[in-house]
Design a protein around this ligand. Structure first.
Ligand SMILES: NC(=O)c1ccc[n+]([C@@H]2O[C@H](COP(=O)([O-])OP(=O)(O)OC[C@H]3O[C@@H](n4cnc5c(N)ncnc54)[C@H](O)[C@@H]3O)[C@@H](O)[C@H]2O)c1
Ligand SMILES: [Fe+2]
Length: 384
């Protein structure tokens, strides 16, 4: 066996209704003045009310910051950091989708150890320590609650990541009840994002490892059969729990076996058009799977056999093609735009998007097949 290392959050609590115990959990980490990072949608959906009541009962003071923006721009993160410092926070809770969790990570870090964001983009450049941090995901999802990554949007519309083990939370708290009211389109986009994490972790070139492989397979076995039921009937608690767990497993997998060309091509679409992260992944997913098919055939075949029992005895060629076809069929019925054109992308922008995608070498190096500028342009054209 080739050598590898694997990291994840030190404690994961999975509990229906667990958010209503947040106060005691915060107290357990020694927090007395919590800064809760969320967005307006979560407030509107009244999702934080139970958590706030439990903080009050536990005697933990709370300041709510609900100005998180999707694909967090640098300025909005800085505003959150300033507000947390003004509140005298001694602990941070991220509560929401990936945008809230990614903002919370940097608040916990930068309040305790100030440093400029442009100085810490990249891998392992951030310095600690940070404030205690609890992450409560409400989408299924980014898996951000168990990744060492925070993705921001720069003033020049690039999506850049801070990657550091300091960004793992002390506790990830998964309460699937929080996801019961997630609207169908958000369920679909975030669910496909989670599936992409699993697929890209399994086919990653440099850091593929047996733990990430096992988690990625289990993630797909949970996500693939439950995605459509979750979109069609969001109130089914069993389905929602499977999705949240699948998203967690996929997050643990790709935190250690990083994602590739789907994400690298998705980022420019988020940066320039403000399209939701899951949608941008979905739009380029099938062209990238087709592009990778020759190189990643045996891995796609393994994933196919893992989610489609009828492929048990199939050879690699058949199983890999059937896997790609199954993902195509699943994505095709998702309730959102299916092509870049439908999503409002301008054809004349494709060369600029391809140039931007080439800057995401951090991820492109993980793709099973090399991607050059001409490939990136052809992939966007295929997605158009
Ligand atoms: N850190 C990582 O490892 C990682 C991985 C993948 C993606 N990301 C980043 O995460 C961000 C995307 O996160 P996301 O897809 O979770 O979306 P999001 O956090 O932007 O939220 C999308 C919308 O869903 C709403 N919402 C969230 N939970 C809800 C619920 N339970 N009920 C009703 N509405 C709810 C929010 O209010 C918001 O309007 C992007 O910035 C992306 O780059 C980070
Ligand atoms: Fe993602």
């Amino acid at each position: 066996m080739s050598s590898f290392s694997f990291e994840t959050a030190p404690k994961i609590i999975c509990e229906q209704g667990g958010a209503n115990r947040l106060g005691d959990i915060c107290k357990g980490l020694g927090m007395t003045r919590v800064f809760l990072v969320t967005d307006a949608g979560l407030i509107k959906a009244k999702l934080i009310d139970g958590a706030l009541a439990s903080l009050a009962t536990a005697g933990v003071a709370a300041t709510v910051f609900s100005d998180v923006l999707a694909d967090p721009p640098e300025l909005s993160v800085q505003a959150a950091v300033d507000a947390a410092r003004a509140a005298g926070a001694d602990g941070v809770v991220g509560f929401g989708g990936g945008s809230s969790l990614d903002t919370a990570k940097l608040v916990a870090l930068l309040v305790r150890t100030p440093q400029a964001l442009p100085d810490i983009y990249g891998i392992g450049l951030a310095r600690g320590p940070r404030l205690p941090l609890i992450q409560v995901p409400t989408t299924a999802g980014t898996g951000s609650e168990v990744t060492p990554i925070s993705i921001l949007t720069t003033p020049s519309h690039e999506k850049k990541g801070v990657v550091s083990p300091l960004l793992y939370p002390d506790i990830a708290l998964l309460d699937s009840r929080l996801t019961l009211g997630l609207p169908p389109a958000v369920t679909a986009m975030t669910g496909v994002d989670a599936m992409v994490h699993a697929i890209e972790a399994y086919t990653t070139r440099l850091k593929k490892n047996p733990l990430s492989d096992a988690l990625a397979v289990k993630a797909l076995q949970l996500l693939y059969p439950n995605l459509l039921p979750a979109v069609n009937d969001g109130k089914d608690a069993t389905v929602r729990e499977a999705m949240l767990l699948g998203s967690l497993f996929a997050g643990m997998a790709f935190a250690n076996a990083p994602v590739g060309a789907v994400h690298a091509l998705a980022y420019p679409l988020g940066g320039h058009y403000g399209l939701p992260h899951g949608l941008t992944n979905s739009l380029v997913l099938l062209p990238v799977l087709e592009f990778n098919l020759g190189t990643a055939q045996s891995q796609y075949a393994e994933l196919g056999r893992a989610i489609l029992p009828e492929l048990a005895g199939a050879d690699d060629t058949t199983a890999a093609s059937a896997f790609v076809a199954a993902i195509r069929a699943r994505v095709a019925v998702m309730p959102y735009a299916q092509t870049l054109r439908e999503a409002g992308v301008k054809e004349g922008d494709l060369p600029m998007l391809a140039e931007d995608a080439m800057k995401v070498q951090r991820l492109l190096v993980n793709n099973p097949r090399d991607v050059d500028y001409a490939d990136a342009l052809a992939l966007y054209q295929a997605a158009f």
